[in-house]
Design a protein around this ligand. Structure first.
Ligand code: NAD
Length: 270
């Protein structure tokens, strides 16, 4: 029940009907007995500046989740950015301070990492391969470097995107052995598909099948694609004896990080 006393959080994007966060947050608020609610906001691109002004003045708003296509646009409009959000030029969560200032972070990568660690993946010194240097791939690659991976192979068919992210990572994490190609997956501890390849029923794989035949059984293989839950890559990884992590697992693991960042969940949920 939304009452006059209820504090709000929002999820902002366009379109918005497909997002699952309102169900997930409102179920959590309900179970916790918290007088909080999440509302979806489908905002027209031309109204973003007005939207930000409204958020600053909206006194019973605690914060918002930012989704496609506004993750980059918010980064240039909020009042303060975390170091990683500034480096990536993208945000996915905003906390509204009591004085109306909007402080933003990018926690997509933390959710991913939490889900991987729950499977036993230990990032310190690990050898990781991330396919996809777009929005989600950037956040995952950054979080892996923050968590201390030893080496990272960053692959993308778009060489410009790959080079831009590589520059950010080399600047922030000179200690990580960063490669822009991968000849073999032997000895790799983590393989991540952070591209849309495998979505729907195309059966497509994000890497050459011959390269995937070099994948060892000790690798943890993760996909960001949420539908199907078990993608062709994950099916293949299972046949090779790897542990696998689905896109919905990553999405679920985001909840606590987003809630803590907005100040509506206890720190222990991050
Ligand atoms: P994006 O368009 O920003 O990035 C995708 C990148 O993949 C691009 O740089 C593109 O060049 C690259 N790419 C495409 N095909 C490739 C291939 N065969 N080999 C190498 N690189 C390739 O998209 P995004 O916002 O990063 O989203 C990627 C996927 O992640 C989408 O399917 C989205 O639905 C999913 N997603 C999942 C979660 C989750 O919690 N599980 C959250 C957000 C997004």
């Amino acid at each position: 029940m939304i009452r006059g006393t209820t504090q709000l959080v929002a999820i902002i994007g366009s379109p918005i009907a497909q997002v699952k966060s309102p169900e997930n947050f409102n179920a959590w608020f309900d179970a916790a007995g918290a007088d909080l609610a999440m509302v979806p906001m489908d905002v027209r691109a031309g109204e973003l500046d007005a939207c930000l002004a409204l958020l600053r003045g909206w006194q019973n708003l605690r914060g918002c989740v930012v989704t496609v296509p506004y993750k980059q646009a918010f980064a240039t409009r909020v009042d303060a950015l975390s170091r990683r959000a500034a480096a990536l030029g993208a945000v996915n969560v905003v906390r509204r301070e009591a004085d109306g200032r909007l402080v933003a972070d990018m926690v997509d990568g933390l959710g991913f990492l939490g889900a991987a660690q729950a499977h036993g993946f230990a990032p310190a010194g690990a050898r990781a391969v991330v396919v996809g240097a777009g929005g989600v791939g950037s956040a995952i690659a950054y979080a892996l470097c923050e968590a201390g991976v030893g080496s990272l192979a960053l692959l993308d068919v778009d060489a410009g995107r790959q080079a831009r992210l590589a520059a950010v990572l080399r600047n922030g994490f000179p200690e990580v052995d960063l490669q822009l190609e991968c000849a073999s997956l032997a000895g790799v501890d983590l393989l991540v598909n952070a591209t849309p390849v495998g979505m729907g029923d195309t059966g497509a794989l994000p890497l050459d099948p011959a390269l995937l035949q070099t994948l060892g059984a000790t690798a943890h293989v993760a996909d960001v694609v949420t539908s199907p839950v078990v993608t062709p890559l994950l099916e293949l990884a299972r046949t090779r004896g790897c542990t696998v992590q689905t896109g919905p697992e990553m999405a679920k693991a985001q909840l606590g990080h987003l809630g803590v960042a907005m100040g509506v969940m206890p720190e222990s949920h991050a």
